[in-house]
Ligand binder design. Structure first.
Ligand code: MRU
Length: 354
């Protein structure tokens, strides 16, 4: 089994990433030895997917302090931590897991500094690295539990539609939306997955179809505008996607195109599921209208494999995410349990303070 991201060594180590820009043609691992390399990897989607971004951010804070003298006082180290945190926070705005990991780490560092005013930088480095390892192993555990909580939705003969990539490549573990599929496969069930190719960056055809076929799961790539027709032909029993941020009322941001799938699913009476860990919930925002949506480069639509496919003079609109209304979600599958017909009360009861 490949590792999407893995820290190698001690406090002077580096973050190894599976380069998702090159899949499925080439499997290459890249080394992030410093924070600038990691920021570039995040912005260019060498590492991507909400939970993976949370884990990468936690390790990024370790990379940000790596070059500081071990014997420096804590004040300088905390200043450097804040600068690194700001850099990471400005890399991609939508996946809340990244901000969740930054806040958790900062709270821990502040508590340590308050309790140990004479501590040295190397002690903080060790604390940050251990904390990043904890965030990573928690993510692995949450993914497995999401899979177990969702596996029984998938029976022999079930036909699933998924969008973007919410598999192992999007997490430190075995994924969110794909995790119930991996668990159902382990239980010996035979089912079929239609994979939206997911324009413009093709996370579905390049990454999800790669993961599913590696696991011997029957995967069929379709282009994004085929979903409605398949639903009309009754070829889809359920839709499962991941999430980048879930507001307190259950409104859910995910890869652009997820909203249209939710509308289509409702029209055709097909259940629509979101699978996500508690780190993807943002209980500070009441609804989806406040989720920041990343706008990406026009070149992602102007060019395809370096070939120009839209005229220079045409404007390009390229939001990376859209928001599904909570009312159109059949259930959210989390590691803590399944939230049917999600609303603010049920989410608060299940997720509490994350
Ligand atoms: O732009 P990306 O590839 O980072 O977008 C990722 C998604 O939209 C995923 O579906 C989401 O992060 C869930 S990953 C478990």
């Amino acid at each position: 089994m490949f590792k999407t991201l893995e820290w190698k060594g001690g406090i002077d180590g580096y973050l190894a990433l599976t380069d998702q820009r090159l899949l499925p043609a080439d499997f290459v691992t890249i080394k992030c030895q410093n924070i600038d390399q990691l920021i570039d990897a995040i912005k260019t989607l060498a590492v991507r997917g909400a939970p993976a971004l949370g884990v990468a951010a936690a390790y990024g804070l370790v990379l940000g302090l790596k070059d500081l003298d071990n014997d420096l006082d804590l004040k300088t180290a905390i200043e450097q931590l804040d600068k690194t945190s700001d850099l990471l926070a400005s890399s991609r705005p939508t996946a809340v897991n990244l901000f969740w990991a930054l806040k958790k780490t900062k709270d821990l560092a502040d508590t340590f500094a308050a309790q140990n005013p004479n501590a040295k930088t190397f002690q903080l480095k060790e604390i940050l690295l251990n904390h990043a390892h904890d965030i990573c192993s928690d993510d692995i555990r949450m993914c497995i539990q999401i899979g177990k909580n969702g596996a029984d939705l998938i029976q022999d003969g079930t036909s699933i539609l998924t969008h973007c990539n919410a598999g192992a490549l999007a997490t430190a573990g075995q994924g969110t939306a794909l995790s119930p599929m991996f668990e159902a496969k382990k239980l010996g069930r035979n089912f079929k997955v239609f994979v939206d190719e997911t324009r413009p960056l093709l996370q579905g055809s390049r990454l999800t179809a790669w993961e599913l076929t590696q696991a011997d799961i029957d995967a069929t790539v379709i282009c994004d505008n085929m979903a409605a027709s398949l639903m009309k032909q009754k070829k889809i029993d359920m839709v499962i996607t991941g999430a980048d941020r879930i507001a307190a009322n259950g409104d859910t941001a995910n890869k652009i195109g997820t909203y249209s799938l939710s509308v289509l699913a409702k029209y055709h009476n097909i259940p629509f599921f979101i699978a996500a860990p508690s780190s993807t919930f943002d209980l500070n925002i009441p609804n989806g209208s406040q989720i920041p949506i990343e706008q990406r480069s026009p070149n992602e639509l102007r060019f395809f494999n370096n070939i120009q496919i839209a005229p220079e003079k045409a404007n390009v609109y390229n939001p990376a995410f859209d928001v599904v209304n909570a009312a159109d979600i059949t259930a959210i599958i989390t590691e803590k349990g399944v939230i049917n017909s999600p609303d603010a009360q049920k989410i608060s009861d299940m997720i509490g303070s994350n």
